[in-house]
Design a protein around this ligand. Structure first.
Ligand code: AP5
Length: 219
């Protein structure tokens, strides 16, 4: 199964990606997480990408496509995967299609999470992420058991650099201008399902689960 999770910053893609990964046992490729690992390791890619990320701008397509290609063509992804945060531009969507065509496979489903902007900002400003394992929390909507400490690994919870108001506005702007056409791209192929991301994490998880089960024809 090859899935794509689309949706604006803060809609809950990372949160749901982790649940889908666990439930369906398919690896998740999150371009945001991969880039943050490169930044933390201070690699050449990390230094290059970091300058775009901290402002809330998109990292140029060539760097992203090459990073994803290496993962997709690796042994862990042989039986499918979930893409979180990719493709985010039409050029990335076309590069992905070309990559898949070479392997004689295609995307099964693109899930498009939707939410009004005011709520996105509320989710982003309250987000806290584990510095060690990347687990995602929210100060109000999904608080950890002890403040500032990850429930899963005990790591420190921090606020992401790009969750400042100015960077959030830029990310939302890029989403409207560059990622909206990607939604139409998959809609025209008949592969897109729109999902309202309002409601609790569990409610959104159940909506996604129903759609995936229907696609897999699991009762
Ligand atoms: P990336 O990490 O992909 O960021 P994003 O798309 O902006 O998405 P977010 O991670 O901010 O939000 P999310 O939808 O995953 O929400 P989450 O689950 O955390 O990318 C970061 C940067 O990397 C980009 O700006 C760009 O620079 C670069 N980049 C990455 N991919 C790229 C690409 N393909 N091309 C170019 N550049 C790229 O949830 C948010 C909060 O809400 C959390 O606190 C969570 O607990 C809470 N929450 C989740 N669900 C619910 C719910 N149902 N109810 C209440 N709260 C909820």
């Amino acid at each position: 199964m090859r899935l794509i999770l689309l949706g604006p910053p803060g809609v809950g893609k990372g949160t749901q990606a982790r649940l889908i990964e666990e439930h369906y046992r398919i690896p998740c490729i999150s371009t945001g997480d991969l880039l943050r690992e490169e930044v933390a390791a201070d690699t050449a890619l990390g230094r290059y990408a970091g300058s775009f990320m901290e402002k809330g701008d998109l990292v140029p397509d060539e760097a992203i496509v090459e990073m994803v290609r290496k993962r997709i063509e690796g042994p862990l992804c042989r039986n499918g995967y979930l893409l979180d945060g990719f493709p985010r531009t039409l050029a990335q969507a076309q590069a992905l299609e070309e990559m898949l065509r070479r392997h004689g496979v295609e995307i099964d489903l693109a899930l498009n999470l939707e939410l009004e902007e005011e709520e996105l900002v509320r989710r982003l400003t309250g987000r806290r992420t584990c510095q060690r394992c990347g687990a995602i929390f929210h100060v109000l909507f999904h608080p950890p058991q002890s403040e500032g400490v990850c429930d899963l690994c005990g790591g420190a919870l921090v606020q992401r650099e790009d969750d400042r108001e100015e960077a959030i506005r830029r990310r939302l702007g890029h989403y409207r201008e560059e990622t909206a056409p990607v939604i139409d791209y998959y809609r025209k192929q008949g592969k897109l399902k729109d999902i309202s991301a309002s409601g609790s994490i569990g409610e959104v998880e159940r909506k996604i689960d129903r759609i995936i089960r229907k696609m897999l024809q699991v009762p």
